[in-house]
Design a protein around this ligand. Structure first.
Ligand code: UD1
Length: 404
């Protein structure tokens, strides 16, 4: 591989920010928004409740002057887990919100108990009948909330509900992912009063109203990490333009340990790997700033090409090793025991027909195809399109042998 690719805007920042736009009774301009199917899905939900959504290249305009419905359409909500973020946001505008139990990638159990417990503290009642969830409030009241686990989505939901609540909210045990800071920056631009984002404690003073605003979405650290790991696995060099290096320390550290040369520039990351790959030993996925669970599947592919045995422990999601069955069909040798995957290295991968079953696992299959002999056909591309604007276009820019 050899080339340069510009990294798209962040999916995990764009989705909660789109949800936040319903709190603003006017226009939000969200620039550098990735054109991926999860964003399209969120736009459809916003339109169904009365928002006007328009695109100009990568700028997305959401006009939430009038929110007419607070019953979210089943078709889209069950397709995407981030729709759950609309609970907290819409409660700032309406007294009641109804939604089907949110869907999302099949990566293990994904309950929303922490979200609901946080909303309850802010004065929200909820009931679930079969798969339909109704959340209701008279008024939102600031409160002290301690998260039992730093859930990204629950932290975001609580922030969204608290910005227009009466009085002060103190969130502790919060997730520190950069996407939380992005959401808070967007809300602060619109007039919200928030302190401490990016740390475990976030303080929010409720305001009466938010106003029209503009925001530029930062580059996607997971997409950048996917391409970085593909160069690591398949060899060669690449410049990842606008990759957010400061958010990617854990990934860069492991790539360096495995034998890549990395240079961080003001406008991106350069990676070169022309030496033998060495196993990093054991890697464990962790909450930010640890090694991200979303890059676990791509890293499995790089580990399979390295000298020595490796182990990857998944500590965030159970059931996130589904892709290993497909990877083994390409002649990897991955053994999963509980939350750990054990790999023998230096595998000669063989191209075959494989099926993506979720977003990041799908991207890992594409990387495996780049490392394999012969042709690999990855089916169910729609899973990959949820988070990558055009993975084939990007890999062609890196002069990898990829086609539609
Ligand atoms: C977000 C990201 C996703 C990433 C994940 C972890 C978005 C749109 N998605 O997902 O890409 O993989 O963070 O970095 O930003 N949990 C509960 N109860 C809850 C909430 C979560 O038990 O109410 C558990 C989950 O099942 C999971 C763990 O907590 O095991 C982490 O989930 P969470 O941090 O909430 O991830 P998401 O916000 O869903």
């Amino acid at each position: 591989m050899c080339g340069e690719v510009r990294i798209q805007g962040s999916k995990n920042a764009a989705l909660p920010i789109l949800a936040a736009s319903v709190l603003i009774p006017g226009m939000s301009r969200i620039a550098n928004c990735p054109r991926i199917s999860d964003v399209t899905c969120m736009c459809r939900i916003l339109e169904s409740i009365g928002c006007r959504v328009t695109w100009e290249k990568h700028d997305l305009f959401v006009d939430a002057s009038s929110v007419r419905r607070s019953c979210l359409p089943q078709e889209y909500v069950t397709r995407m887990r981030s729709s759950v973020m609309l609970m907290g946001a819409l409660l700032g505008r309406c007294e009641e919100v109804t939604l089907d139990y949110p869907g999302g990638c099949v990566i293990g159990d994904r309950p929303i108990d922490i979200h609901l417990a946080a909303l309850k503290k802010l004065g929200v009642f909820y009931e679930q009948r079969e798969n339909v969830l109704t959340v209701r409030r008279k008024k939102l009241q600031g409160a002290g909330i301690e998260f039992p686990f730093p859930s990204v989505g629950a932290t975001e939901n609580a922030i969204l509900a608290a910005v227009l609540a009466e009085g002060e909210t103190l969130l502790t045990g919060c997730a520190r992912e950069p996407e939380i800071s992005a959401l808070c920056s967007f809300l602060k631009n619109a007039g919200a009063c928030i302190e401490g984002e990016g740390t475990g404690s976030i303080r929010i003073r409720g305001v009466e109203k938010l106003c029209e605003t503009e925001y530029v979405i930062e580059s996607d650290r997971i997409v950048a990490g996917t391409y970085l790991i593909s160069v690591l696995a398949a060899g060669g060099e690449a410049f990842l333009k606008e990759a957010p290096a400061e958010q990617m320390e854990a990934v860069c550290r492991i790539a360096g340990q495995m034998g890549a040369r990395l240079e961080t520039w003001e406008d991106g990351i350069f990676i070169k790997r022309n030496k033998e790959l060495i196993s990093p030993g054991k890697v464990k996925t962790l909450v930010y700033p640890g090694f991200p669970t979303d890059l676990q599947s791509p890293l499995l592919v790089a580990m399979s090409q390295a000298e020595g045995e490796s182990c990857l422990e998944e500590s965030i999601f159970n059931g996130r090793f589904k892709v290993t069955e497909e990877l083994n069909r390409m002649n990897m040798d991955i053994k999963v025991r509980g939350r750990e995957a054990f790999l023998s290295g230096k595998r000669r991968l063989m191209g075959t027909n494989v099926l993506a079953q979720e977003l990041r696992g799908g991207a890992a299959l594409v990387i495996a195809g780049l490392c394999a002999e012969g042709i690999t056909i990855v089916g169910n591309r729609h899973f990959i399109d949820r988070g990558y604007e055009d993975i084939v276009r990007d890999f062609r820019k890196l002069r990898a042998q990829a086609g539609n």
